[in-house]
Each structure stands twice: as C-alpha cells, then as structure tokens.
Design a protein around this ligand. Structure first.
Ligand SMILES: [Zn+2]
Ligand SMILES: [Zn+2]
Length: 297
C-alpha cells in the first residue's frame, strides 16, 4: 500500500483489527521502483489552412532527459552505488515508540535512499546525481488534415525521462486554430458570407468565390434572395478519420447600395415606377429559416 504498516508488539490481534479498519493491507512498504516521467503540454498556434490541410511543424521543448554521462544512474562513471548505511540496504527504517498499547514499531521508507537500499557515493558531475538533465529538444509534430481547435496530439514517450529505469512521459500538443479573415468552420464544412449586388441578385450572374485552394465558379440564379445558400461540393475540410471532405457553404447577402450618384438614383426611380411603390409583406420563409434548412439544423 501507499501507507506504512503498523506493528503492535504484543498486541497481534489489534494489528489485524487496525489494519482492516484503516485499510492498511501490508505491514511493510514496497521498495520504490521505476518512476514514470512527467507528461508535458505544448500549446501550438496553427493557421486555419494548416488545420484543414495538415502540416509538419517543428517545435522546441525544454525537458528533463536521461543524463548521458551516467546513463541515468546518478553515479559518476567508474563508481558504483553502495549499500545505504542508514537502512543497511533494506530500504526501510524501523522506529520503536511507546504508546498506551505498549511498544509500537513504525516502519517507514528510508529517507536517505528513498527505499532503494543503495546510495550514490560519488554523484555524477553532469547531473549532480539527479539522473536527468534539462535539455532543449527539437521535435517534429505531424498535424493530420482535418484537425480542429482544442484537439490534442500525443507524442508518446516525448515527455520527461523516467527515473530508475521508468518509462518517459508523453508530450501533448494542444492545437489552437487561428481564425480566418472570411472563412468560418463548422465541423467539416467551411462557411463563407458573400455579398452580391441587387443587380446580380435580380438578374442572376456567374460569380467567382474564394475557396481554401483558390477559387470556384458559382452560378447565382435570377431572383436570388438574401440568405440563399449555395454549396461548393468537396471544398470543405477533409475528414480526420475517414475519407471525404465537407463542402464550402456560401451564404448570400444581397447588399443594398448606400452611396448612389444622381444617375443611379434616377435609374432606380424609373425601375421603382415599373415595380409599383407599394410595400408588399414578405410571405414564405425568412432568412434564418432558410439558413437552418440549408445547413440541416
Ligand atoms: Zn536506506
Ligand atoms: Zn549524470
């Protein structure tokens, strides 16, 4: 167990009762064995495009590595650890105390050797007996295509070195995806808000929309309303765990001009006369309803 056991000299029965009551299953503590190295965390900022397409990035971490001079023993090369003089190599120290029950023997892990039974007499001059030294290390991080903000990548065994032959910890790279100036991410789809003119909306047009890899042609049909949604198939984010890609979803906003010159104003007045000046209440579906439908929400 993690706690030292109790021994009651002359009160063997009580020992068992107390042992069960406190959950101390063993009378003696196990010798301290190999110790796993600590995990490390590295926060990495990546661009929107790197998250979509993946990237290999080099990072530098400063971590505790096994000392090469002593190969992690902590002893100066050519010297060997010797038997601990405090516990005579048993790894445990017994202390007798008096209590109302009588003699009371407390067995604890030897503080000198931490229970290993041997001590380094001549510490390694490089690590001063610590077995490990802090060292900067360059590592390559393979970011697969399709990762998203907040995901973490595990680099097994790239954390801090273990002690007494224990394994190294892991390095966890936490991804922080920077926002894009005009694309937004929704799982595997890319959203793009796009302004078109009232003329393009009314008459229809073939327009060019930006994609993550360049641009694509998109046909806007005549009579397109604000909130109309178009899909550029396969222009979204690659799926992290299976094949295929999401889409780019273009959400159209019909931009009403705010700065008109006299000629343009006159043209609209003429147009208005032909359309009739009454404001007709909107029937059918509203902007958000159409958007929700298009996104499948
Ligand atoms: Zn000792
Ligand atoms: Zn060393």
């Amino acid at each position: 167990g993690d706690f030292g056991g109790f021994g009651f000299g002359g009160f063997g029965g009580l020992d068992d009762i107390f042992g069960e009551f406190f959950g101390f299953g063993t009378r003696t503590q196990a010798r301290q064995g190999p110790h796993r190295g600590s995990d490390l965390r590295y926060d990495m900022a990546i661009s929107f495009e790197e998250a979509v397409f993946g990237s290999d990035k080099e990072i530098e971490v400063t971590r505790l590595e096994t000392c090469l001079t002593c190969q992690g023993s902590g002893a100066e090369p050519g010297t060997t650890p010797s038997r601990c003089p405090e516990c005579q190599g048993t790894g445990q120290v017994r202390q007798a105390r008096q209590s109302i029950f009588g003699a009371f023997v407390n067995v604890t892990t030897c503080p000198r050797c931490q229970g290993r039974g041997e001590v380094v007499v001549t510490p390694c001059s490089t690590c001063h007996g610590d077995q490990r030294v802090e060292r900067p290390r360059k590592l390559m991080v393979d970011i697969p295509p399709g990762v998203d903000d907040g995901m973490r990548i595990r680099l097994s065994g790239e954390g801090e070195a273990g002690l007494y032959g224990g394994p190294a910890g892991n390095l966890y790279v936490i991804l922080h995806v920077e926002p894009h100036p005009y694309f937004h991410r929704r799982d595997h789809d890319i959203l793009l808000n796009l302004n078109i003119t009232i003329v393009q909306a009314a008459l229809g047009d073939e327009i060019t929309v930006p994609t993550l890899e360049g641009e694509e042609k998109l046909s806007i049909p005549a009579g397109t309303q604000t909130g109309a949604v178009f899909r550029v198939k396969g222009a979204g984010v690659p799926n992290l765990r299976r094949s295929g890609r999401g889409d780019e979803i273009v959400i159209v906003n019909v931009a009403v001009p705010t700065h008109l010159n006299e000629e343009q104003k006159q043209l609209l007045v003429e147009l208005g006369k032909t359309l009739g000046s009454e404001v007709i209440p909107q029937g059918g579906k509203g902007f958000f309803e159409r958007l929700r439908e298009a996104l499948g929400l």
